[in-house]
Ligand binder design. Structure first.
Ligand code: ADP
Ligand code: TYD
Length: 215
């Protein structure tokens, strides 16, 4: 547990589609609320009214609707609004913020899957956002399992948000590699969590990886 911030108030969940981020973000929020913390549970793309509108633009439609560069701009625009309207005000009043995805998703999804655009992602992030979470959980799951879970969920979804999932298994394998690489490169901030097994088992792993003031 060396290197983790003593007080982690800005926490993100990352990983491939269907890895269990939303489930675990919700469970961690419930856990911290039971400990008496004010928790704002949010998500990307989205998390503010303007960013939710951008979400509909980027997640619906044909797989080749946007180039990677245009997606970087759209996701960063959504993130800037999310940061201004939801995250920063919550942190300023002392709340804990748990977000289901943040800038690491752009770095991996747009930065590494269609050529190497990580420099552009990083520069734009520095210019427009300039903040990283205190603590990031990367939930690791074999893509076949993640897609099976995501397809199961999509069958019940009211709106079609499957654009990235339709890119298929090879794409998800690339993403998994990107997230594993992130965990290796930023060990002070990122905790890699095995996403296999029951939701209870994964939640227990996450709680065991929390810094002392969070646990
Ligand atoms: P993500 O946010 O990473 O896409 P979700 O938390 O939405 O993942 O989970 C995707 C689907 O898998 C949901 O239907 C959820 O109920 C289910 N699920 C989540 N965690 C587990 C788990 N540990 N085992 C089996 N199914 C799970
Ligand atoms: P999300 O709703 O978290 O999907 P899932 O629950 O399937 O993981 O995110 C929607 C999609 O948007 C997901 O396929 C990842 C993609 N995405 C990017 O490509 N770049 C980004 O910066 C973000 C935040 C999400």
């Amino acid at each position: 547990m060396t290197g983790l911030p003593v007080t982690a108030r800005f926490i993100s969940f990352e990983g491939i589609d269907g890895s269990g981020k939303s489930t675990q973000a919700r469970r961690l929020a419930d856990h911290l609320r039971r400990e008496g913390r004010e928790v704002v549970l949010t998500r990307e793309p989205g998390g503010s009214p303007g960013a939710e509108e951008i979400r509909q633009l980027v997640l619906g439609g044909a797989p080749d609707r946007w180039s990677a560069e245009t997606e970087i701009l759209l996701f960063t625009a959504a993130r800037r609004d999310h940061w201004e309207r939801t995250i920063r005000p919550a942190l300023d009043r002392g709340a804990t913020v748990i977000t289901d995805r943040f800038a690491d998703s752009t770095r991996v999804y747009q930065g590494t899957t269609r050529g190497d655009l990580t420099d552009i992602v990083d520069q734009l992030h520095r210019l427009m956002i300039g903040v990283q979470p205190d603590l990031t959980f990367v939930i690791d799951l074999p893509p076949r399992d993640g897609l099976a879970r995501a397809h199961h969920r999509a069958a019940d979804a009211p709106v079609d948000e499957s654009r990235f999932e339709t890119f298929g298994l090879d794409f998800q394998e690339k993403l998994r590699g990107g997230f594993l690489d992130l965990a290796r490169r930023a060990p002070d901030r990122v905790r890699l969590i095995d996403g296999q097994g029951s939701a209870d088992a994964v939640a227990a792993r996450i709680r065991a990886a929390l810094p002392p003031t969070c646990a």
